[in-house]
Design a binder for this molecule. Structure first.
Ligand SMILES: [Zn+2]
Ligand SMILES: [Zn+2]
Length: 205
């Protein structure tokens, strides 16, 4: 209970930082400084889906590398300890970030609107996907089917067991949406598939 209360405190702080980030993006748009656009015909409907996927891929890469950096012993205490305080994650842990980490998290979208043309709908879809995916990954129990970590397509996606292993072991699973960088850079836990099977057995009893 104590740790949930602490997670809520940190989440409130992060929400404030993200709201300031969103306000900055709108102000920059008003100044005409960004590549954001509101006319759907400007790049077509296909581009909405394409840019959505591109942003998720870039955000996942950004998150992987800053997350791994924040686990460096000289940075962990200041940047990332808050997110790991509760041990086993709960949905309250999803956005429990220390102030410096929350700032770095929000910087991604503030910078990306200068690099890639994005419709407002795409930004909203990214924020919704990020919120749902992050809460899902912090459920602390598994809801995906037994085939999830083995199937040729779904094995590239992060789920609750995958991220819970990060909270337990610290040295594996730094990604946000996809297992790509963990697999490529050797931070995918070789025990993941076994852990997934035993999580399903544990959660179904
Ligand atoms: Zn987490
Ligand atoms: Zn971490």
């Amino acid at each position: 209970m104590q740790s949930i209360f602490r997670d809520i405190q940190l989440s409130s702080l992060s929400t404030l930082v993200f709201a300031l980030g969103a306000a900055s993006i709108v102000s920059l748009y008003d100044l005409g400084a960004t590549l954001l656009y509101s006319d759907l015909d400007k790049y077509g409907w296909e581009y909405l889906g394409f840019s959505f996927v591109v942003v998720l891929i870039l955000q996942d890469a950004y998150f992987y590398f800053i997350h791994r950096l924040f686990h460096h012993p000289s940075l962990f205490r200041c940047f990332h300890r808050g997110h790991h305080r509760s041990g086993d994650p709960t949905p309250w842990t999803s956005f429990a970030f220390d102030l410096p980490e929350a700032i770095f998290q929000s910087l991604f979208l503030i910078v990306i609107v200068f690099i890639i043309p994005l419709h407002f709908l795409t930004i909203i879809a990214v924020l919704m996907a990020m919120t749902v995916w992050t809460v899902w990954n912090h459920l602390g129990f598994e809801l995906f089917p037994a085939s999830f970590p083995h199937h040729w397509f779904t094995k590239w996606f992060i789920g609750p067991t995958h991220h819970s292993l990060h909270h337990r072991k610290y040295t594996v699973h730094y990604g946000l949406y996809f297992t790509f960088w963990d697999k490529l850079l050797g931070t995918q836990d070789p025990q993941y598939e076994n852990e997934f099977d035993s999580a399903l057995r544990r959660d179904s009893t």
